[in-house]
Design a protein. Structure first.
Length: 238
């Protein structure tokens, strides 16, 4: 069972590091720091929780882009945008667990019991552009990528993906409705004799991935990611 418990000390230490990395300073009694400390707790904690530790209004008041993450059945937590590297967004939790996304896809993690350390696509990820580049013919629907997983050093593990646009859906985040296209990704990893399904909710107008459910290996439960406060659009790479 996945277990990654955050302590109050880890919260404050991680926040101090995250704020410093963002070029922001604040004393330990800062109201903003206290709000963030209460928000950034609970990644991977055992037990179910109905919602985030902060209200919608408090999340809206945070001065940073934020991403909500729930791992398996754990309590949902809020991560903040620590840095942008080209088209990759680096989201940091209170105890310095880092989640790196590219156009809404999780491509790297740091600090989990099993980390996704690299993702390399053979062909373009359909999420990389909008409108979606989903193969239309059944003979060309499989797109492969290679991933590195640590520890235990599984390098260059091939993943086969088959994509399917499964309709429209309106989702609500922080009381706001988003009209989305739902994209399903059926994944097969022959090396592990394992399969799973990722789901992405993609804004019909902008192409932003507002919500997703993703899993990169059988040892870490599926993660639900929700964009609470969007980051600036990353720079498009060729």
């Amino acid at each position: 069972m996945f277990r990654h418990v955050i302590t109050r000390r880890g919260v404050l230490g991680g926040l101090a590091g995250g704020l410093a990395g963002l070029g922001v300073t604040a004393c330990s009694s800062s109201p903003t720091l206290d709000i963030l400390a209460s928000a950034l707790t609970g990644i991977g904690d055992i037990g179910k929780a109905p919602g985030y530790a902060l209200s919608d209004a408090q999340i809206e008041a945070l001065p940073y882009a934020s991403l909500g993450i729930r791992i398996g059945g754990g309590a949902p937590a809020i991560t903040i945008l620590a840095s942008i590297d080209g088209d990759e967004l680096h989201w940091a939790s209170a105890d310095r667990v880092v989640f790196v996304t590219r156009r809404g896809r999780l491509v790297k993690t740091v600090g989990l019991p099993r980390d996704l350390s690299a993702t390399v696509w053979v062909a373009a990820d359909p999420l990389a552009s909008y409108p979606l580049l989903v193969p239309a013919s059944s003979s060309d629907r499989k797109i492969s990528r290679f991933v590195d997983i640590r520890p235990n050093d599984d390098f260059g593990v091939p993943m086969e993906s088959r994509f399917e646009v499964s309709g429209d859906e309106t989702i609500s985040l922080l009381g706001r409705s988003h009209d989305c296209v739902r994209l399903r990704e059926h994944i097969l990893v022959r090396k592990w004799r394992w399969s799973t399904e990722n789901v992405f909710w993609i804004d019909k107008d902008s192409g932003r991935v507002w919500k997703s459910r993703q899993q990169f290996c059988p040892d870490v439960p599926a993660m639900t990611l929700e964009v609470l406060k969007p980051a600036p659009e990353p720079v498009k790479t060729a």
